[in-house]
Design a protein around this ligand. Structure first.
Ligand code: FAD
Length: 518
């Protein structure tokens, strides 16, 4: 068989970092191939607390570079994707015996001033005797601070980066595991195994000039098993869990609670009817695919939130949980919560030896800057192409001003008056302007096809299969949407059956065209 380099950049891993790098590289004119062994964002990138934040807590560890970069990214990302990212105010109650109010105020002063804040409002002090934020809490807090960060739909951030990468010509291949990568005559020969749930197993070999290992918590495993580096040990795996409970309070703000052990826990309004509470930090060993929240973490989160809420958070209030593994660069910090959240890029090769770029650590918030840094390295290793471009380029559906969300939503409702306000808002929050492509010429619910439950119609499923690589019910119910929280078991089964029938056909199409869905 003739061996010939085809792709410039081969990316292993369809999390936020892999998809961010693929998008940036494809937009600069590189030929890109991305392989994800499972679904897009099925790793850590859908298991986050979902904040686009500087990380107030990291100031305590003197992570000024990271905090500054992350703070600056808040408004850049909000402008890029105002449908899936939006500002959120946080209430931080001052708790007697814990961090002193002057220290919190100092941290928030830095937070407000070191990171290019233009649109987000600054910190203010709340008198908890009269502020509605005090209502759901125990009546023991006299003062709190209120500050800004942003919220992100993490799994959709990933999929929209993948979509844009594909629109710029990148191949995006899901359910495709990289099982081997070897250097041959100055290029990488990468062996792929197709793990599509509805397809026959198959192997394929792809060639590329440069390999990017963006496999998150699997980064060392990929180095050991696929690339043959027997001793790779670069990441510290730190698990974090969340619980989802029925809505604990009506206020639109989130809370940041300080715990007696020095850690913090967030309580955040989630998917309209729920409250998200998290997270924990503990070292993790084993396969990252098997991670699940442990009983003692559930107790910890219930206990921490119950220290603050007047109505305790009980196990029976929990409707859902999730856990993820942070792939932190191993800086040998003693405690899991102290390990650096900054990212590290390490390149090997060049000058005749096909290069590999390994990505360690990072946060959702810094993925775009991480990708820009990766592209600088890629340019150095295989030759530059194009300039940095992503800071001002909206993600699909986000082609409107960050402050125009309400006007845009109103327009969607005017165009499709048969949608309930709730349905219109759900669609606009997920798809932004792409919502009108999904709805097309529909003038009534009947035009949207079969109803699967809640407000999930066939038209949306068709879009997810054709344009967003959705294959299984889990992809749709827990990553592309969060309808898993509200559909009952028989409705979920119907979604699964429909996908079984339709996603198999879509996969064949995808392989025939070679460039991913759509
Ligand atoms: P991943 O998302 O894990 O992607 C790696 C991908 O590689 C996976 O999808 C995996 O399936 C794939 N893969 C692995 N091996 C192979 C192979 N052999 N072939 C093909 N594919 C392969 N960050 C924030 O900014 N804000 C937050 O609020 C926040 N909260 C967090 C809370 C928790 C509990 C955790 C765990 C993390 C949090 N983070 C947060 C951090 C953020 O989620 C991660 O840094 C980020 O998602 C890592 O993305 P990634 O692309 O590196 O890894």
């Amino acid at each position: 068989m003739q061996v010939r380099p085809v792709y410039d950049v081969f990316v292993i891993g369809g999390g936020v970092n892999g998809c961010g790098i693929a998008r940036d590289a494809a937009g600069r004119g590189y030929q890109v191939f991305l392989a994800e062994m499972n679904d897009l964002a099925s790793g850590t990138s859908s298991k986050a607390t979902k904040l686009i934040h500087g990380g107030l807590r990291y100031l305590e560890y003197y992570e000024f570079r990271l905090v500054r970069e992350a703070l600056k990214e808040r408004e850049v990302l909000w402008r890029m994707a105002p449908h899936i990212i939006w500002p959120l105010r946080f209430v931080l109650p001052c708790t007697p015996g814990l961090r002193q109010p002057w220290l919190l105020r100092l941290g928030l002063f830095l937070y407000d001033h070191i990171g290019g804040r233009h649109l987000l409002p600054g910190t203010k002090t709340l008198d908890m005797k009269g502020d509605p934020a005090a209502r759901p809490l125990k009546p023991v807090f006299s003062r709190a601070f209120e500050y800004s960060d942003c919220w992100v739909n993490d799994a959709r951030l990933v999929v929209l980066n993948a979509r844009d990468a594909a629109d710029h010509g990148s191949v995006i291949r899901t359910r495709t595991r990289v099982t081997g990568a070897e250097r041959r005559e100055g290029v990488w020969r990468i062996t792929l195994s197709n793990e599509h749930p509805h397809g026959a197993p198959a192997e394929e070999v792809v060639e590329a000039r440069l390999l990017v290992n963006a496999s998150g918590p699997w980064v060392d495993e990929v180095l050991r098993n696929a690339v043959g580096r027997n001793t790779a040990h670069n990441v510290r795996l730190v698990e974090g869990g969340h619980i989802v409970v029925r809505r604990k309070y009506d206020d639109p703000r989130a809370y940041l609670f300080q715990n007696r052990d020095g850690r913090i826990v967030f309580a955040i309004p989630y998917e309209r009817d729920f409250t998200l509470i998290g997270t924990t930090d503990r070292d993790y060993e084993g396969d990252p695919s098997d991670v699940a929240i442990a009983d003692e973490e559930i107790d910890y989160l219930c206990g921490a939130a119950s220290e603050y809420f007047a109505e305790p958070v009980r196990r029976e209030d929990i409707v859902s949980t999730y856990a993820g593994v942070r792939p932190l660069f191993d800086d040998h910090a003693s405690k899991a919560q102290e390990a650096t959240r900054d990212y590290v890029l390490k390149a090997d090769g060049g000058e005749g030896k096909a290069p590999i770029l390994n990505i360690f650590g990072g946060k959702l918030t810094t993925y775009r800057r991480l990708a820009e840094h990766a592209l600088e390295e890629i340019g150095r290793l295989i030759g530059e192409k194009g300039a940095a471009w992503t800071a001002d380029a909206p993600l699909p559906g986000g082609e409107f001003a960050a402050t125009a969300f309400a006007d845009e939503l109103r327009r969607l409702r005017d165009d499709y008056p048969f949608l309930s306000p709730r349905h219109a808002e759900r669609l606009f929050r997920l798809y932004g302007r792409t919502a009108s492509t999904i709805l097309g010429k529909a003038t009534s619910h009947d035009d949207l096809g079969r109803l699967f439950g809640h407000d999930l119609y066939e038209a949306e499923l068709r879009h997810l299969v054709a344009r967003e690589w959705a294959i299984t019910a889990e992809d749709v119910l827990w990553r592309r949407t969060k309808l898993g929280l509200v559909l009952d078991d028989s409705e979920k089964d119907e979604v699964a059956e429909w996908l079984c029938e339709h996603a198999a056909g879509a996969e064949k199409e995808m392989h025939r065209h070679g460039t991913g869905a759509g």
